[in-house]
Design a protein. Structure first.
Length: 82
């Protein structure tokens, strides 16, 4: 089966949907293949995955929005330095 050829722009437009697994199986495979090979797009995908993990983790124990905002900032700084 031939996977659709996707350029970097097409991958970036669909990245959030890819990370949320909201695309067709063929498109999911094509984006996965592109990210495996593309040195330019892979860091964007890794950052977005880390961002989603940080936000999800911070939301779990959020009570006050100012505290939540600060926990997200701290977690992003930590993830950026790794």
């Amino acid at each position: 089966m031939m996977l659709p050829m996707l350029d970097c722009e097409a991958v970036m437009r669909q990245l959030w949907d890819y990370l949320d697994q909201q695309l067709t199986p063929d498109t999911m495979r094509a984006i996965h293949a592109h990210l495996d090979d593309c040195q330019q797009c892979r860091p964007h995908a890794e950052f977005r995955r880390a961002f989603e993990r940080v936000v999800a983790g911070a939301r779990e124990d959020a009570g006050d929005t100012d505290a939540l905002r600060e926990r997200i900032r701290q977690a992003l700084r930590k993830a950026d330095s790794q």
